[in-house]
Design a protein around this ligand. Structure first.
Ligand SMILES: [Fe+2]
Length: 186
């Protein structure tokens, strides 16, 4: 993860040490949001099959919302006296997850893989929310609002993977490929 350079100033009432940690948490979510909106657009372009149009069109509002999250996170970093890092090379250097692995594939396969993508992103947001409890409730509020939206989008994905008994076809899958294969059979 990119370590923030020393802050020259921060918001009133916050210690420099706390601000530096908050900036690091924000940068991690900025990387995740930038990666996610690009990945969602990639899926938007690569889905095929009989449910193409509904999935293709479902994804664009998610792309727009997640791009908005990135903007809010980056501007919060600047507000705290930090310098947001938004270039692609630095994102790839800093990220702790693998590149999205599917190219052209059926809607079900992509939705299965996206179930795992959202699981990763949301789990890290929730870890951030817990840590921010002690550090900065203002940034925590932003994380909570974004998590609520991400969990809603995750449900949109999962509703396609669910049978009428409420079972997800991707349960137990630990990689995008496995999740895509499980969802493709469903
Ligand atoms: Fe498009």
């Amino acid at each position: 993860m990119t370590t923030p350079s020393k802050l020259k100033y921060t918001v009133p009432g916050m210690s420099d040490t706390d601000a530096e940690r908050v900036v690091t948490l924000l940068q991690s979510r900025l990387n995740a949001s930038n990666d996610l909106h690009l990945t969602l657009k990639h899926v938007h372009w690569n889905v095929v099959g009989p449910h193409f149009i509904s999935v293709h069109e479902m994804l664009d509002p998610q792309v727009d919302a997640v791009r908005g999250f990135a903007d809010d996170l980056a501007e919060r970093i600047a507000t705290l006296g930090g310098s947001p890092v938004g270039t692609p090379g630095k994102l790839v250097e800093a990220r702790t997850w693998e590149e999205y692995s599917l190219g052209r594939a059926t809607t079900q396969e992509h939705l299965g893989a996206l179930d795992l993508v959202y699981q990763g992103v949301i789990s890290d947001y929730r870890d951030g929310i817990k840590e921010l409890d002690e550090l900065d409730l203002v940034t925590q509020d932003m994380f909570i609002a974004q998590t609520e939206q991400l969990e809603l989008f995750h449900w949109f994905i999962r509703a396609h993977l669910e049978d009428k008994g409420g079972n997800l076809s991707t349960t137990g899958a630990s990689s995008e490929k496995d999740a895509a294969a499980a969802a493709g059979e469903g």
